[in-house]
Design a protein around this ligand. Structure first.
Ligand code: MGD
Ligand code: MGD
Ligand code: SF4
Ligand code: MO
Length: 714
């Protein structure tokens, strides 16, 4: 106990300074080479960060029409008055020399040349309409990062052209996990960390894959609270510092742990029998299935001691219903492994055995507000597409709202996908198998990328359309679900820095007209926001003043078992739908697809707290932090390093079935032996960007005004 007190005492200072580092505002236009005194009128505009999918609420302070500082909006539950370093850093994109400043067209020789907006629209419109006429609307696909503005414009654009092929990046993020929750409990859930007595995080690190409000809550609970926090991760991640227990696990075997913990609850009758009787379908089939999944069995597979597994299960049962396995996000079972879908089902099942759904400190299933129908004369709805979305037959269990972009890649490779548009997506570098995306896109007749910088996907496009940065545009309204229902605004804080960049609403208005379907986009962003808000009884001025407004529509109540949106209305441990799709109808064991052979390592990734995917790699200040703190090394356990005679900082060659490269090693005790870990973004080597780091090869010393396709390749 005294050790625990000391640890918590120590953490108090540690966590406090970590939070402080992300609090408040930092100067922005002062970053980088040109420090500039700002003069003129001071203004404050409500907006939402675009540095990652958390969309934190911000106040942007401008002076004389230039961005001065950013601050987290305290009323926004996602930022809780804070921003993370990435948010401050990514805002610098607005003034970055790496910005796209005009539309670009790829020429026959592969180089890019500027083209006027009018010519770009005309050429894209002609090519696209002739593709649709020849091959039908199923030969066109649209891939986007799913955020409210493009969730409005993207599907509308595809539908106006008659295509059902609309996808998100989820097949590179959390599609397996979300699909598992969809078919087991009807949708996603959140962990009520603030009120829990015990929480298990499986491959989820709030201190690495950051969202500021969650990070603050985590630090508070860890330091002040009496909640037991368990981190299950092959590495001692940055959240583990604040946790009570680190459980190292063989990557991709979390399912064995969950099944064995379920075995213990059932075998020792520690589960919530009342909840199971009333709200669970397929309990007896599951019980029979897990009979042989003892802690000893799991231990052999996942490397966690049998006694530790049994104890964790008993402790969770003891703390239930204020105990929960957190839903996790990407790395562990978002999409990484052949058994990710099954692992997600097992998480949902274990929580059901705890009877924690809807309970204080348990697993919360909440609703989201919805915007009402818009006036049909001004905002006509395009007719429904007359074909089945490409991929739906092959991947029938994928969450409908996401779809699977892998189906687009497959159709591109087999030559049936003729036109692909990307919005705020860097599939060719950021999803998986960049070489395969490059091959696939090279077979597509028309590739269009809408981005703010010349991404690797843009490098493979025929046309690149430069959007203005998020600080320079007004967008469709953002609704936030959860215990409270809210609505937030991303507003225009400054005029465009580069006159030839345009916001998405304008791009779709003009592009749709060039494609002959302009009648579906005949409104401005302001008109759209006003119409959307009118359905909620709000005005744009109200929202502009506060940045975020609470709606009275949430009916969340602790202690109320939620409605499970499954065919049976129950938690489905046995699913007819899943069985029909050719997978095991009952939750059971499945192995990960590959295991290392002699001399090989397991390989995992984890976010760098200061980087977002590929998109921050051209932000100088963020890259400086990564470099200064050597965050871009390949982690290796000290015993492995000693065996191989590798010293800290030494450069090694790493090789997989897909890729070979050299990298410096970080020798550490914070990783299980036999596992290697590469922080995300390290893998992004970009000769195209002058500020990109970790470049092993020569790169242009000055930023070129035209881009050569060759530079896109290492
Ligand atoms: N800094 C930063 N924060 C972000 C983002 C970002 O780009 N940068 N992006 C946002 C987005 S889009 C997402 S999806 C989330 C992702 O959030 P997370 O999924 O939490 O992100 P990661 O850091 O990739 O993974 C968390 C941990 O999983 C561990 N892990 C890897 N494989 C396994 C496994 O098989 N089993 C177990 N138990 N653990 C494993 C890793 O070691 C790592 O410590 O982050 C969000 N926040
Ligand atoms: N190895 C590895 N791969 C991963 C992950 C990992 O942890 N490791 N994480 C995965 C996860 S969780 C996710 S969510 C995906 C993310 O994958 P993506 O959604 O593709 O994210 P990024 O790679 O950051 O690319 C986003 C693109 O959007 C552009 N952009 C930024 N702001 C704007 C804007 O205002 N307008 C427009 N039009 N474009 C803009 C950026 O310049 C960038 O080119 O990556 C996945 N891939
Ligand atoms: S977590 Fe950071 S990068 Fe993501 S939206 Fe919030 S402030 Fe921006
Ligand atoms: Mo993600």
């Amino acid at each position: 106990m005294s050790r625990q007190m000391t640890r918590r005492g120590f953490l108090r200072t540690g966590a406090a300074s970590a939070v402080l580092a992300s609090a408040g505002a930092i100067g922005m236009t002062g970053c980088g080479a040109q420090r500039e005194e700002l003069t003129g009128e001071a203004k404050r505009t409500a907006t939402l960060c675009n540095g990652c999918s958390n969309e934190c609420g911000l106040w942007v302070n401008t002076v004389g029409g230039k961005v001065h500082t950013l601050e987290g909006n305290p009323d926004n539950p996602k930022s809780g008055g804070r921003m993370c370093g990435r948010g401050h850093g990514f805002a610098q994109m607005t003034y970055s020399a790496d910005r796209l400043t005009q539309p670009m067209k790829r020429m026959e020789n592969g180089d890019f040349e500027p083209i006027s907006w009018d010519d770009a629209y005309k050429e894209i419109g002609e090519k696209l309409t002739s593709i649709l006429a020849e091959y039908g609307p199923e030969a066109f696909a649209f891939i986007r990062d799913p955020r409210p503005n493009i969730n409005f414009y993207g599907p509308r654009f595809a539908a106006a052209l008659g295509s059902a092929n609309i996808y998100t990046h989820a097949a590179a993020c959390n599609l397996s996990l979300q699909s598992a929750y969809r078919h087991t409990i009807g949708g996603g859930f959140s962990a009520d960390l603030a009120n829990a007595k015990m929480v298990m995080f499986i491959g989820r690190s709030y201190a690495d894959g950051i969202t500021p409000a969650d990070m603050k809550l985590f630090a508070n609970v860890a330091v002040e609270g009496d909640c037991k926090i368990v981190i299950v991760d092959p590495r001692y991640n940055n959240s583990a510092h604040m946790a009570d227990q680190w459980v190292p696990i063989v990557p991709g075997t979390d399912l064995a742990l969950l099944l064995a913990m379920s075995h213990v609850l059932i075998e020792e009758e520690l589960y919530d029998a009342k909840f199971v009787k009333e709200h669970v379908l397929g309990f007896y089939a599951f019980k029979k299935e897990v009979e042989s999944f003892t802690p000893e069995w799991a231990s052999e597979i996942c490397g966690v001691d049998a006694e530790v597994i049994a104890t964790l299960a008993r402790e969770m049962a003891e703390a239930a219903p204020a105990a929960v396995v957190e839903p996790s996000w990407r790395a562990a079972f978002g999409c990484a492994h052949a058994n990710s879908f099954m692992t997600g089902r097992a998480v949902a099942a274990f929580n059901a055995l705890l009877g924690n759904y809807g309970q204080e400190g348990g697993a919360l299933i909440t609703s989201s507000p919805s915007i009402g129908a818009l006036p049909a004369d001004k905002f006509p709805t395009p007719p429904a597409a007359q074909h089945v979305r490409v991929g739906n037959e092959e991947f029938p269990l994928a969450v409908q709202g996401f779809g699977t972009n892998l189906a687009v890649l497959k159709a591109a490779l087999d030559g049936t996908m003729k036109a692909v548009f990307f919005y705020q997506s860097n599939a060719a570098k950021g999803y998986a198998n960049p070489a395969v995306w490059e091959e696939g896109l090279s077979k597509v007749d028309l590739v269009v990328s809408i981005d703010v910088q010349m991404s690797e996907t843009a490098m493979l496009a025929d046309y690149v359309l430069p959007e203005c940065s998020y600080l320079e545009r007004l967008e469709a309204v953002y609704t936030l679900g959860g215990k409270k229902h809210m609505v937030a605004i991303r507003d225009k804080a400054i005029d465009v820095v580069h006159p030839e960049t345009r916001p998405a609403d304008q791009i779709f208005r003009e592009l749709s007209a060039a494609c002959g379907v302009g009648e579906y986009f005949d409104f401005t962003a302001e008109e759209l926001v006003e119409a959307q808000l009118a359905t909620l009884g709000l005005t744009i001025d109200e929202l502009r003043e506060k940045g975020i407004v609470e709606l009275p529509t949430s009916d969340f109540e602790y202690g109320k078992v939620p409605q499970f949106n499954t065919p049976s209305g129950k938690v489905e441990l046995f699913s007819v739908t899943i069985g029909r799709a050719g997978l095991s109808p009952v939750i059971t064991w499945e192995d990960r697809k590959v295991h290392p052979e002699e001399g090989e390592f397991y390989f995992v990734g984890g976010k760098q707290s200061i980087q977002s995917h590929t998109m921050t790699t051209s932000i100088e200040s963020l890259m400086d932090i990564s470099k200064t703190y050597d965050l871009e090394r390949l982690w290796m356990n000290a015993s492995d390093a000693a065996r191989l005679g590798i010293a800290e900082g030494e450069t090694v060659e790493m090789s997989s079935s897909e890729y070979t490269d050299t990298i410096a090693v970080h020798v550490t005790e914070r990783l299980m032996p036999g596992v290697s870990m590469l922080p995300r973004t390290t893998a992004v080597r970009r000769p195209t960007f002058r500020r990109a780091t970790v470049l092993a090869y020569a790169r242009p010393t000055s930023f070129p005004s035209t881009w050569s396709r060759e530079w896109g390749r290492p």
